[in-house]
Design a protein around this ligand. Structure first.
Ligand SMILES: CO[C@@H]1O[C@H](CNc2nc3cc4c(=O)[nH]c(N)nc4cc3[nH]2)[C@@H](O)[C@H]1O
Ligand SMILES: [Zn+2]
Length: 370
């Protein structure tokens, strides 16, 4: 019996959109679902209670960061990541297959693994399918990710082919060492921006006994239309009875188009990262609180939102805090942005359940500030 199971609730007749539920040892959650990112064992500036209040059923943390600091052995000794950070619901850890390539320095990729220098102190480090898998078993999240290479964009065909085939070999090595009574593992499909490599990777990875499957190598700077095209080649090759996770996607436009192609789970640093830059997310686009136009604007960030920030405070107050470099500004904008995305995903799910997803998608694009 798989540790992580996907339950299909309803499929939209016109598109590939689907509503479901995912069951984990730390609880179940409705899909489509957006996962707030808690890179270093915290969703930046927010308490677990504040994150739970937004409706998030699962959060993501990064093995790469926790492996380097404080070390996954220490977190294991603390009772695992749930205990360490007091997050009571489901959790997923990324394997390092992205961060080692985006943050690690002086990287050398070999068949056995990746040699790199820590971005923190420059120390020599090594991550491999075995090391990343054991580190995730130490952390004890409900879902661990296979160790892969996130192919940069752009990449030539030959590089993409060699890397994708190595990722499949690495996936098998992860499964060989993965042994945890309360942790499932998801495989990650690569293939760069090449249709045949995407199909090859989808076939090879979904043939392996993973609990669910992610689409990797996207949201790496490619145009959105190219991302959607790659999704078109990939999601229909993925099993209907397993969860589908698009890594690194978190803006409303990409979420709508990912859901339309049958994706169930998403994650992105976007909501908390842009909050620290003074941006509030709205269904029309985003609001830059630094703008002078909000100086005497005593309305909430978003009139349709019932989050703590929108129920209690005004744009003028949050703009003042931001200009005064008060940390409370980051907290209020982060609470709003995560709450906004959870509400947005609930809206998508309701549209699917009521067979009006196509209308939702059309209405969204009619009002989205491109
Ligand atoms: C566009 O925003 C930038 O890009 C990142 C989001 N985009 C993204 N694509 C990803 C791909 C993979 C992958 O192929 N494998 C593994 N293991 N993890 C991944 C994590 C990913 N995150 C943000 O962090 C931001 O810096
Ligand atoms: Zn709000």
């Amino acid at each position: 019996m798989a540790v992580i199971t996907y339950e299909l609730v309803h499929e939209d007749a016109q598109t590939g959109a689907r509503a479901g539920r995912i069951h984990t040892p730390h609880g179940s959650f409705d899909t489509p679902m957006f996962m707030p990112v808690g890179t270093q064992a915290t969703v930046k500036t927010l308490s677990p209670e504040e994150v739970a209040e937004t409706g998030a059923g699962i959060i993501l943390s990064n093995t790469y960061h926790l492996f380097l600091r404080p070390g996954t052995e220490l977190i294991k000794a603390a009772g695992g990541l749930h205990q360490f950070m007091k997050w009571p619901r489901a959790m997923l850890t990324d394997s390092g297959g992205f961060q080692v390539f985006s943050l690690g320095a002086m990287r050398k990729i070999k068949e056995e693994g990746v040699y790199f220098r820590s971005h923190i102190d420059g120390s020599k480090q090594f991550l491999s399918p075995e090391v990343a898998t054991r580190a995730q078993m130490d952390l004890g999240a409900d879902i661990a990710m296979a160790f892969d290479e996130c192919i940069p964009y752009p990449a030539d065909y030959e590089y993409a082919k060699q890397s994708t085939e190595r990722t499949t070999r690495w996936a098998k090595r992860c499964l060989e060492v993965h042994e945890h009574p309360a942790q499932g593992m998801f495989g990650i499909i690569q293939g760069g921006m090449y249709r045949d490599l995407r199909a090859q990777s989808a076939r090879e990875i979904t043939a392996l006994p993973f609990d669910g499957f992610a689409i990797g190598g996207l949201s790496v700077g490619e145009p959105h239309d190219l991302m959607y095209e790659m999704l078109d080649y990939t999601t229909h090759l993925m099993p209907r009875d397993k969860a589908r996770y698009l890594m690194g996607v978190g803006t409303p436009d990409c979420l709508v188009e990912g859901v339309a192609r049958g994706v169930d789970m998403f994650d992105c640093v976007y909501p908390t990262r842009v909050a620290r830059n003074g941006m509030a997310m709205l269904k029309t686009g985003r609001l830059n609180i630094k703008n002078k136009q909000f100086e005497r604007d005593f309305s909430p960030l978003d009139a349709e939102c019932d989050c703590y920030a929108c129920r209690h405070y005004t744009r003028a107050y949050i703009r003042h805090l931001y200009k005064a470099e008060e940390i409370f500004a980051f907290r209020l904008l982060s609470v709003h942005n995560i709450h906004f995305l959870q509400r947005f995903m609930r809206g998508l799910r309701e549209a699917i359940l009521e067979d009006r997803f196509g209308d939702f998608q059309r209405d969204f694009w009619a009002q989205w500030q491109r």
